[in-house]
Design a protein around this ligand. Structure first.
Ligand code: NDP
Length: 293
């Protein structure tokens, strides 16, 4: 029988993910700002309801895409006891491992499964339906989650037990943050001493320092001065906190990631909650007295 899927959190990445879900399954949506859910429902022919509880009542599997695990736990609490045995929560939030374990423990009281299923590939990957999805959890839930996340992904990897996918996602994003900071600092210096940013990037991108940051983000967002807002810096700052805790809990050195955390926390304070993650480079440019072009 076709599963009925609920989607909670129609934000920058949740909305395009939910579009693919609605193309593949009968879909029920809820969003905190109701107008966003109403416009989504009107556009996609999905059903929009007034509470997370109503989503759970009307569906078999629920996907959440929310800022943090703390908010996922609040929403689970607001749902109360309407969960039915055999239902599944697929948590597409970039959350934290302990939050995942707490959510799984709450849901297991009702015989409900939990899989942490954060995504990578950005809003463009979500639009295209070719995100990478990491899964943390146990069978049979992981197999059931695969059927659902297939709607918006091109690569799905079961990485370990509950919480392991959130840990992996946080480490991935910490690497993104370290790269943004390091590329910003290095390129600011090169431009100041007279090397054009495009020339520096051309060389770096055929050398060992290249990364997604130098190959895509800097040309498309910094050198172009386009600064699109697709992934909030505040969320990357949150990911850095999660990554640091993962490192700390496992007793490994954390110097590079700690330095990035300090820079992004300061950037968040200076630029606000709506700034894009790449806008950290604006702070580096300001301090260096140069524009990376
Ligand atoms: P946004 O800030 O754009 O959207 C957040 C969503 O969560 C909105 O639907 C918002 O509702 C809802 N929300 C926020 N606070 C609450 C709350 N207290 N109770 C209920 N709902 C709430 O975030 P993104 O869509 O960018 O990110 C969602 C998750 O995906 C995050 O964990 C992020 O780290 C991760 N992610 C994002 C990527 C990206 O490129 N944007 C890439 C990969 C992962 P409302 O509409 O009312 O504000």
């Amino acid at each position: 029988m076709t599963k009925r899927v609920g989607f909670i959190g129609l934000g920058a990445i949740g909305r395009p993910m939910a579009k693919h879900i609605a193309d593949a399954f009968p879909t029920v949506v809820w969003n905190r700002t109701r107008e966003r859910a109403e416009s989504f429902a009107a556009e996609k022919g999905a059903r929009e309801v007034g509470s997370p509880r109503a989503v759970v009542e009307e569906t078999d599997v629920v996907v959440m895409s929310l800022p943090t695990s703390a908010i996922v736990l609040e929403v689970i609490e607001s749902i109360g006891e309407v969960w039915r045995e055999g239902q599944l929560l697929v948590d597409a939030t970039s959350g934290d491992p302990s939050g995942a374990r707490e959510a799984a423990a709450q849901l297991s009281k009702f015989g409900v499964g939990f899989v942490d299923a954060p995504v990578s590939g950005g809003t463009s990957g979500a639009e295209a339906g070719n995100l990478t999805v990491m899964l943390g959890g146990e069978e049979p839930w992981v197999g059931q989650a695969r059927e659902i996340v297939a709607a918006y992904s091109s690569k799905v990897v079961h990485v370990g037990p509950i919480g392991a996918a959130h840990a992996l996602k946080a480490v991935n994003n910490a690497l993104l943050a370290v790269n943004i900071q390091a590329a910003g600092e290095g390129l600011a210096a090169l431009v100041k001493l007279g090397v054009k940013a495009e020339v520096a990037l051309d060389v770096i991108n055929s050398s060992s320092g290249r990364s997604n940051v130098t190959e895509n983000l800097f040309p498309e967002r910094v050198v172009s001065r386009a600064w699109p807002r697709t992934f909030r810096l505040a969320l990357l700052d949150k990911d850095l906190s999660v990554a640091l805790k993962v490192l700390e809990d496992n007793g490994v050195p954390s110097g590079a990631i700690r330095t990035a955390k300090e820079a992004f926390a300061a950037g968040r304070k200076a630029l606000g909650e709506e700034a894009d993650h790449v806008e950290l480079v604006k702070e580096i440019e300001k301090a260096a007295g140069v524009e990376i072009r």
